[in-house]
Design a protein around this ligand. Structure first.
Ligand code: NDP
Ligand code: GDP
Length: 323
């Protein structure tokens, strides 16, 4: 029997990688399409997946569209990846963020409960929930202290997931994923902003790159490795929560050093700090303790930060050259 999966957020970075992973495993893949922006399907097109997945119209805010999507796709597994996912925007659109990132997840859970509570559910939780951290490393046991409307909306969705597991016996798992990047990362996030900037500077299209807090530290991994952890969670007999990260932490400054260094440039000659990119409340450092995911899921990612940076810079050099 062919397994079926329904992915909300299929047009995003993780949605594209997850769709490719599941197709490779023989799944029939359905995805939610919002029809909001201009070219939201560029990632699926770039990965040549557009004709391999079935897109269903709808929005996370519309519970009826989620019920219809489940009715149409009859999935074994549901991956809720859709969100207003950019932390900075969550301060300018806090209510929308809470609605999409928080209530939206609840809508999908409700749809699963109503439609068929045997469906397995994955919630895309975030290390941003740890926020103002109290311990050196963060595992799924560490207390949350969200620092943005994005983060507190994710905390709501995380607890909704646990509550639906405990209340209705739904196989609902929450992956608390640390930052993961790729050539398909949105341009608004710092890593891709840097690698795109490096490509433009190297090719003489731009001189300076304006960034905010260079001392913020993140546990950056490669998105393709992380979608495998999502899938592994839904293959377990029991649903659970897992912190998923590399177990390393680097500053934005170090990321700049690596990215500019890869094309023989010195970041100090090009990066300027613009306080406009500072955040009202910062998450200074994230550093994963992924031991549970490694032991219970057998998840074992190998991509180094230098490899990730090289992959992203090289992809952006090609893109900028083509422009
Ligand atoms: P992206 O920002 O690349 O993708 C977000 C997706 O959500 C897009 O497909 C977007 O659709 C969709 N979406 C936004 N609003 C709605 C809505 N109202 N209804 C339906 N769909 C909507 O995110 P990533 O792929 O990077 O991340 C996937 C998930 O994992 C997100 O929930 C994110 O918050 C979470 N996460 C990501 C981390 C990371 O480092 N990448 C770390 C931890 C958690 P459209 O294209 O139409 O706008
Ligand atoms: P986040 O961890 O989900 O907020 O991912 P981002 O990539 O948006 O930001 C990671 C860190 O980089 C945060 O601590 C930001 O404050 C910091 N940062 C510094 N300069 C910038 C910038 O110009 N853009 C973004 N997005 N982040 C920046």
């Amino acid at each position: 029997m062919t397994k079926k999966a329904y992915i909300t957020g299929i047009s995003g970075q993780d949605g594209a990688y997850l769709a490719r992973l599941l197709l490779g495993k023989g799944y029939e893949v359905f995805g939610l399409q919002t029809r909001r922006g201009s070219d939201t399907l560029w990632r699926l097109r770039e990965m040549e997946l557009l004709d391999k997945v079935t897109l269903l119209d709808g929005d996370l805010l519309d519970l009826s569209s989620q019920l219809r999507a489940l009715e149409k796709s009859q999935p074994d597994e549901v991956y809720n990846l859709a969100a207003q996912s950019f932390v900075a925007t969550s301060w300018t659109q806090p209510v929308l963020t809470a609605q999409v990132t928080g209530i939206g997840a609840l809508n999908v859970l409700e749809a699963v409960r109503i439609f068929n509570s045997r469906v397995r559910f994955y919630q895309a939780s975030s290390s941003e929930m740890f926020g103002k951290v109290e311990s050196d490393k963060q595992s799924e046991k560490v207390k949350f202290h969200p620092r943005s409307p994005y983060a507190f909306s994710k905390v709501f969705a995380h607890w909704a997931t646990i509550n639906y597991r405990e209340s209705f016996g739904i196989h609902a798992s929450s992956g608390i994923l640390f930052n993961h990047e790729s050539p398909l990362r949105g341009l608004e996030f710092v890593t891709r902003k840097i690698t795109d900037g490096v490509a433009r500077i190297k090719l003489g299209k731009q001189e300076k790159l304006a960034l905010g807090n260079l001392d913020a530290r993140r546990d950056w991994g490669y998105a393709e490795d992380y979608v495998e952890a999502m899938w592994l969670m839904l293959q377990q007999d029991e649903p659970d929560d897992y912190a998923v990260g590399m177990g390393r932490t680097n500053s934005v400054r170090e990321f700049c050093e690596l990215a500019f260094g890869h094309v023989g440039l010195d970041y100090q000659q090009h990066v300027v700090v613009d306080p406009a990119f500072y955040r009202p409340a910062e998450v200074d450092v994230l550093f994963a303790d992924p031991s549970k995911a490694r032991q219970k899921l057998g998840w074992n990612p190998q991509t180094t930060l230098a490899e990730l940076v090289r992959m992203m810079v090289d992809a952006d050099l090609k893109r900028v050259e083509r422009e």
